[in-house]
Design a binder for this molecule. Structure first.
Ligand SMILES: CC(C)(COP(=O)(O)OP(=O)(O)OC[C@H]1O[C@@H](n2cnc3c(N)ncnc32)[C@H](O)[C@@H]1OP(=O)(O)O)[C@@H](O)C(=O)NCCC(=O)NCCS
Length: 328
């Protein structure tokens, strides 16, 4: 199965996008930006002090000529940005002074650049926490029409000896701490859509510690009900639940625990019951299963904004920038 990276780059070559990096002087961002600048399908905007960024790039040996550098402290449209911010946060009674202070931080400033159409997408989180990267997007960009929540998925890719990549989607491993039944339904629909972008033909498993009634408890009921609602809402999508992980991926176990299911034994899109399970689950696949993890990719948001892990390297920044821009 192709991992849709090449397709994404081709798409961007036809329609290049602008992406803002909130941590403009971080060496990993500078390395990724210099690599992006060497091709022409993505235009980086680096946020921060011009001298600091240029010095950091020179010291690290990265050529960032051609990158747009914006310093929140002397941005020509800052007054306009403050007005728009106050308008967007009017229900919270934000004053212009508060707005100016908030917008001096590059996570809020960068998100407003997307809101104002100066950038198509944003990638942050090399030093900001997930919460600090995501919160401005939740407050200012909001969910897209028809969605109730923003959620996230990880795309896991394991190259095989035959050259065929094994590609899986896992959700929600990063945003919603205790998703409700209805949240899980929405997460499943969004994740299946995202999985398709990466060349996955989604087979969706709602995961639990129980397979079709083998275990009891409130959490099992939540997952079972969510799976039933999802089957109704997305009749074209192969969905099964509740399933234990082995029943979801191992055909032999599936034949015993869940015979006759189109999904059980062959699932490739996993909906976890909560963030504990999801976050631990994708990291097990990454660290013990030799999968590369791309994400969290935010789902249900009105613009393409993504969060890096603070432990990321430059290659991960580069890959996430392409994914983020291609989804814009
Ligand atoms: C995402 C997260 C930061 C939001 O928390 P928060 O900022 O405390 O959220 P709040 O309840 O104060 O809400 C802030 C705004 O975001 C909105 N919001 C919160 N969660 C949302 C969601 N899942 N979808 C859409 N909007 C959401 C709220 O409605 C609120 O909007 P408003 O200010 O316009 O009223 C929080 O859910 C979180 O910490 N998740 C886990 C992150 C994490 O640690 N992940 C693991 C590492 S990858």
């Amino acid at each position: 199965m192709e991992f849709g990276f090449g397709t994404m780059i081709e798409k961007l070559k036809k329609d290049p996008k602008t992406i803002v990096f909130t941590e403009g002087s971080d060496p990993r961002i500078l390395e990724a930006a210099s690599r992006l600048l060497a091709s022409s399908f993505l235009h980086p905007i680096l946020l921060g002090n011009l001298d600091e960024i240029e010095k950091a790039a020179e010291e690290a040996g990265y050529n960032i000529r051609g990158a747009r550098i914006i310093d929140p402290e002397n941005y020509e449209r800052f007054d306009e940005m403050v007005d728009l911010f106050c308008e967007l946060r009017k229900s919270k009674g934000v004053t212009p002074e508060q707005a100016r202070k908030t917008l001096s931080a590059s996570n809020y400033f960068g998100t407003m650049l997307v809101k104002m159409g100066e950038a198509d997408a944003l990638l942050g989180g090399a030093t900001y926490s997930t919460a600090d990267t995501v919160r401005p997007a939740l407050q200012l960009i909001k969910t897209k029409p028809g969605n109730n929540i923003v959620s996230s998925c990880f795309i896991l890719v394991r190259p095989s000896a035959t050259g065929e990549n094994e590609v899986l989607a896992m959700s929600d491993c990063a945003i919603n701490i205790k998703p409700t039944e209805d949240d899980l339904v929405e997460i499943a629909g969004e994740t299946a859509e995202c999985a398709r972008v990466f060349g996955v033909d989604p087979k969706v498993a709602f995961l639990s510690y129980s397979t079709l009634g083998s275990g009891k408890g409130e959490d099992v009921d939540k997952v079972r009900n969510a799976a039933a609602k999802a089957k109704e809402r997305y009749p074209e999508l192969p969905i099964e639940g509740e399933l234990q992980f082995d029943a979801a991926v191992a055909p032999r176990v599936a034949r015993t625990k869940c015979p006759g299911s189109e999904v059980a034994g062959h699932a490739n899109t996993f909906i976890f019951p909560d963030i504990n399970a999801g976050n631990i689950g994708y990291k097990i696949a990454q660290r013990l299963g030799n999968f590369d993890a791309y994400g969290p990719i935010l789902l249900g948001l009105n613009a393409s904004i993504n969060d890096l892990s603070r432990g990321c390297n430059a290659l991960e920044v580069y890959s996430m920038a392409i994914i983020t821009a291609a989804l814009a």
